[in-house]
Design a protein around this ligand. Structure first.
Ligand code: GLA
Length: 385
């Protein structure tokens, strides 16, 4: 929907004009998967698709939540603390209001209209997008003075404490801090970051959506989180570390027998190796060696498929096709996995062929079509009006 149509929609729902319009993108992660909650290095970037919010104050001390894309609505009275109700979309902005109240920000009633073009449950961080979007809106409207990094941290608290998912900081950081044409190289332990120009020459960044219905992602995600904690505890018997990503491959190999569980050992091996891949990917990008970057993407996928076991037939089919396509130099699942999206580096002039060929290949194996588009790296959260 265009901004003008959204304004009309807002007026229809609330009988008044919107006062402000804000936008927050989604993200893809180029490399560094499932290591943000292990203190590792990740390399996400914000994309052009995202969530738009139109909002106006009301003097009734009520928060009204409406969305263009969802029929569910709720009205919540202004109070000192809020709790999650069911599994509906509006829990994310309610969670942000909860965190803002906890932080002492003096809110008044608000009418919200959300609209997004990120496929929901596709692993492009629609939830981080709505969290950081709402936090940015409240920050601007109530002059709360939070930095962008603080907005990201607030979004993470909503995810962890309000929604109950033990996710790391990557998604919120990427959508808050994204910079057009740049990847964000983030140290998830210290939050030190650096922008890396994503110069990929004749290639485009393709996003392939499995279109797999979202199932079990949260429980499997928390299971991996706990397996990493188990591995960390075992290694701490001998090593003085606070995160799995603090150890080198050499130290890991010398101490892995402490873990004493082959599955948990594989999880930890993925984490340690993936962190090293991100560092290599950074060097490859800085020296313009896109081929090596692509190879690291394939290696990352392989590890997520076989060691960390968060891929699945849908994502593997995409990567398998990518490997046979001559104009593609790297592909991998992105985000939490178990469905969602894969990314690929495809020769610009062959992108249309890639799209034309991957759709029937995937459909024959999986039974329905994937979504395929090329993406541009965009800015993080912003004020439109
Ligand atoms: C989800 C989480 C992130 C990160 C990725 C996997 O997107 O929200 O914090 O852990 O999965 O890398």
């Amino acid at each position: 929907m265009t901004i003008d149509n959204l304004k009309i929609e807002f007026e229809k729902k609330f009988n008044k004009a919107a006062e402000h319009i804000f936008f927050c993108p989604g993200r893809v992660n180029l490399i560094g998967e499932h290591i943000d909650y292990n203190g590792g290095m990740v390399m996400p970037c914000a994309i052009t698709m995202g969530t738009t919010l139109l909002v106006a104050k009301n003097d009734e001390n009520i928060f009204r939540f409406r969305a263009v894309d969802f029929p569910e609505t709720t009205d919540v009275a202004l109070q000192s603390a809020y709790s999650k109700a069911g599994d509906e979309w509006f829990n994310y902005p309610v969670g942000v209001i909860h965190e803002c109240s906890k932080a002492g920000i003096d809110l008044t009633g608000l009418d919200f209209l959300f609209s997004g073009n990120l496929p929901i449950g596709s692993g492009l961080s629609s939830s981080a997008s709505i969290e950081v979007l709402t936090a940015h809106a409240l920050n601007e409207m109530f002059n709360a003075g939070m930095s962008r990094v603080e907005l990201a941290l607030l979004g993470k608290r909503v995810e962890n404490d309000f929604m109950g998912l033990n996710s790391g900081i990557m998604d919120q950081f990427a959508v808050a801090m994204g910079k057009s044409s740049n990847a964000v190289l983030l140290n998830c332990d210290t939050l030190d970051y650096q922008y890396l120009p994503f110069e990929i020459g004749d290639y485009v960044l393709a996003i392939i959506n499995t279109n797999k219905p979202r199932k079990l992602v949260e429980s499997k995600y928390n299971e991996r989180f706990n397996e990493c904690r188990t591995a960390l505890k075992a290694l701490q018997q001998k090593l003085n570390i606070t995160h799995l990503c603090e150890i080198s491959m050499e130290d890991f190999n010398a101490n892995k027998q402490l873990i004493n569980n082959p599955v948990v050992e594989n999880r930890a091996l993925h984490v340690v190796a993936e962190d090293e891949r991100v560092k290599k990917a950074k060097d490859a990008l800085l020296s313009g060696d896109i081929k090596t970057f692509g190879e690291l993407m394939y290696a990352s996928h392989d590890s997520l498929q076989n060691l960390y076991e968060v891929s699945g037939a849908e994502l593997d089919t995409i990567v398998e096709f990518a490997k046979t396509f001559e104009g593609c130099i790297g592909a991998r699942m992105t985000g939490a996995g178990f469905g969602g999206c894969a990314i690929a580096l495809v020769k610009r002039e062959q992108f249309d062929d890639f799209k034309e060929q991957i759709i029937p290949f995937y459909e024959e194996r999986i039974g329905y079509k994937p979504g395929v588009f090329s993406s541009v790296i965009a800015e993080g959260v912003r004020t439109i009006v």
